[in-house]
Design a protein around this ligand. Structure first.
Ligand SMILES: Cc1cc2nc3c(=O)[nH]c(=O)nc-3n(C[C@H](O)[C@H](O)[C@H](O)COP(=O)(O)OP(=O)(O)OC[C@H]3O[C@@H](n4cnc5c(N)ncnc54)[C@H](O)[C@@H]3O)c2cc1C
Ligand code: SF4
Length: 327
């Protein structure tokens, strides 16, 4: 599949990037590592006139520990750099573990944390060639007006399939969103909409520039578990991140994040309350697993059945809680 024609723009500064976005508003696609954007362009899911290649902007790269004990991560930092960071491994292990499961080593060398956060939602009826999609009459997410997954409905249920966002949600991460009119810092949990065809709160002339992890969640034990067909390369079909802090054997704080089973990555509501103050045992881990499984709403957007993916959310949550409590 060939790439559609486009003009490549390579700014060297964030300001120059905003100029490009401003001049060609609506006709630009942002490229970070390109590991998701380029395959999507080959499938003619996006046919922008301009592609804004961010890779020359050094200011958007790097892992910078902060004096207060937190850390700032540039959006262009590769997943490989995150996976291999001693600082992150020591203080935010759930993030290095999740980053290390993305795709394959080659793709992690190119793919960035910003691209992983901004990743388009996926569906078996959408991530296909133009000929394939045309043969099926297209769908709501692009060029059509029906949903093959939930016929009769008007909502797109394409599933968010990034690995690092559930870990980042557990860590109470914030992101910096920058545009020509200024920057704002928002909790990652407010970034996603839950709509498969309009999945993130980002204007076409805005960029995600930095990710912040607070000192308050440093040194929590963390575990990420992921279901995929091929262990060496695939997107998650269900993923669970757990972070936990314990004191005198009791859970002092904990959060559970899930991915690949809803149109947005999300925290499991009520999990912290269920765990806090308790000693983790099999029954408690199982109860939180049940809660996570009820939060997951997988549909036939992906390989493997929804029932199996939901069951694996239950199983992985239980296992991850027991593993985090044993660390
Ligand atoms: C075979 C294969 C397997 C994969 N497996 C996985 C997997 O297991 N887990 C997983 O999470 N991902 C997987 N991916 C997807 C992808 O490799 C990763 O999600 C990667 O992190 C994307 O980052 P990128 O920098 O390459 O993003 P790009 O492809 O450059 O961009 C992705 C999207 O984000 C936007 N974007 C990127 N950076 C910014 C920014 N700073 N501000 C605003 N918008 C931005 C782009 O415009 C685009 O819409 C896989 C891809 C392939 C091809
Ligand atoms: S969930 Fe429905 S509308 Fe969305 S991409 Fe899949 S088939 Fe299309």
């Amino acid at each position: 599949m060939s790439l559609p024609d486009f003009k490549l723009m390579r700014p060297r500064s964030i300001e120059a990037a905003f100029d490009c976005l401003g001049q060609h508003a609506g006709n630009v696609r942002v490229l970070a590592g390109g590991t998701d954007l380029i395959p999507s362009m080959r499938q003619k899911l996006f046919e922008p006139q301009y592609v804004l290649d961010l890779r020359g902007i050094a200011a958007m790269r790097g892992i910078k520990p902060q004096p207060d004990g937190g850390v700032e991560i540039g959006a262009l930092t590769t997943l490989r750099a995150i996976e291999r960071s001693d600082f992150l491994h020591q203080h935010y292990p759930v993030l290095t573990e999740a980053a290390g499961t993305v795709a394959s080593p080659v793709l992690r060398n190119m793919g960035t944390i910003g691209g992983n956060i901004c990743l388009d939602t996926r569906c078996l009826w959408y991530n296909q060639s133009l000929t394939w999609r045309k043969g099926c009459g297209f769908c709501i997410k692009k060029d059509g007006d029906l949903c093959h997954v939930a016929p009769g409905g008007t909502k797109c249920w394409a599933v968010f399939s990034g690995d690092t966002p559930p870990a980042l949600l557990c860590l109470n991460a914030e992101i910096e969103i920058a545009g020509a009119s200024g920057t704002r810092r928002v909790p990652l949990r407010d970034f996603y909409t839950g709509l498969g065809d309009d999945y993130r709160k980002l204007q076409p002339n805005e960029l995600v520039t930095r990710v912040f992890l607070p000192a308050s969640t440093a040194d929590y034990s963390g575990v990420y578990r992921k279901l995929r067909v091929r262990g060496s390369i695939d997107y998650p079909l269900a993923g669970v991140a757990v972070v936990m802090k314990r004191s005198n054997g009791h859970v002092a704080d904990a959060r559970i994040g899930i991915t690949a089973v809803n149109p947005a990555p999300m925290l499991v509501k009520g999990a912290s309350e269920l765990l806090t103050g308790k000693i983790v045992d099999d029954a408690l881990a199982e109860a939180v697993g049940d809660l996570a499984a009820r939060t997951a709403k997988p549909l036939t957007t992906s390989a493997l059945t929804p029932e199996y993916r939901r069951e694996m959310i239950r199983v992985f949550t239980k296992r991850a809680i027991l593993a985090a409590a044993a660390n």
